[in-house]
Design a protein around this ligand. Structure first.
Ligand code: ADP
Ligand code: ADP
Length: 229
């Protein structure tokens, strides 16, 4: 039984600079795992390696048993990815963007319609559905990114700082949504905030300076996190 998310010795070097080194962990089906670490620790790099947006210098990423480097299309059907900087399509509206992305993925018109209604509701996009993405607040842009990640109803969610830029109320809403999604999906969520881990995650993988320093329960991590900086 393959884990849904499998990082096998992922290293990424930029010349002599080590962004990640031998990052190894796996997330079994149905778990919500936190990927916790300070800025610059290597969280985004690892997530891009797992989703195939970056190629590892060493190691292998597997999603749902598929090697991401070899079966990119099969893996991308399983993955919903929220990148760190949200959507880049500033000229489009959330409605237009999601329709375009759903069509590009080959979703049937009737499926796409119901998925768009679902993500618009779950991500509270009703008020901005027809507005230009470039004119939206950081919080709304983040929720458009979340809607994109959820659009094709993927089994695996890889969420890079999903509550960054949200106000406290929006943060609670997104955490509720993640907990709800976690009942049927496998989730890896990056954060540098301990309370986020406690609020939503079953398990925590701690990364610092490109290396995994702990993989365990929240209580185990609290004893270790003094060793970070
Ligand atoms: P985090 O997401 O935990 O904040 P990142 O994965 O973004 O960390 O970055 C890890 C380290 O790799 C940082 O020191 C960052 O500056 C460096 N880094 C990321 N991308 C590049 C790049 N394209 N070229 C050189 N260094 C990079
Ligand atoms: P390419 O590398 O072929 O230029 P991309 O890197 O833009 O294409 O995207 C590759 C795959 O990842 C596509 O199937 C695309 O739909 C998917 N993808 C891109 N962004 C996201 C996202 N935020 N969430 C889920 N899937 C995404």
């Amino acid at each position: 039984n393959d884990p849904m998310i499998d990082a096998k010795g992922l290293s990424k070097y930029y010349g002599p600079f080590i962004a990640t080194e031998n990052v190894t962990f796996s997330v079994p089906k149905g778990e919500i795992a936190a990927f916790l670490g300070p800025n610059g620790a290597g969280k985004s790099t690892t997530m891009k390696l797992l989703t195939g947006f970056l190629t590892p210098s060493e190691g292998e990423a597997r999603i749902g048993g598929f090697a991401v480097a070899e079966d990119r299309i099969a893996a991308s059907e399983l993955i919903g990815y929220l990148p760190e900087n949200g959507p880049l399509y500033n000229e489009m509206t959330p409605k237009g963007l999601l329709k375009y992305l759903g069509q590009a993925r080959g979703l049937k018109a009737s499926t796409l319609k119901s998925r768009m209604d679902y993500v618009a509701t779950k991500c509270s996009l009703g008020d901005v559905w027809g507005k230009q993405i470039g004119k939206l607040s950081r919080g709304y842009r983040q929720r458009v990114g979340m809607a994109h990640a959820l659009l094709h109803d993927p089994e695996v969610l890889i969420l890079d700082e999903p509550t960054s830029g949200l106000d406290p109320n929006q943060t609670f809403q997104v955490r509720d949504l993640i907990r709800e999604l976690g009942q049927s999906k496998t989730i890896l969520l990056s954060t540098h905030i301990l309370s986020e881990v406690e609020a939503v995650c079953d398990r925590v993988i701690l990364i610092n300076r490109g290396r995994i320093v702990l993989d365990g329960t929240v209580d185990e991590m609290k004893g270790e996190s003094g060793n970070m900086e």
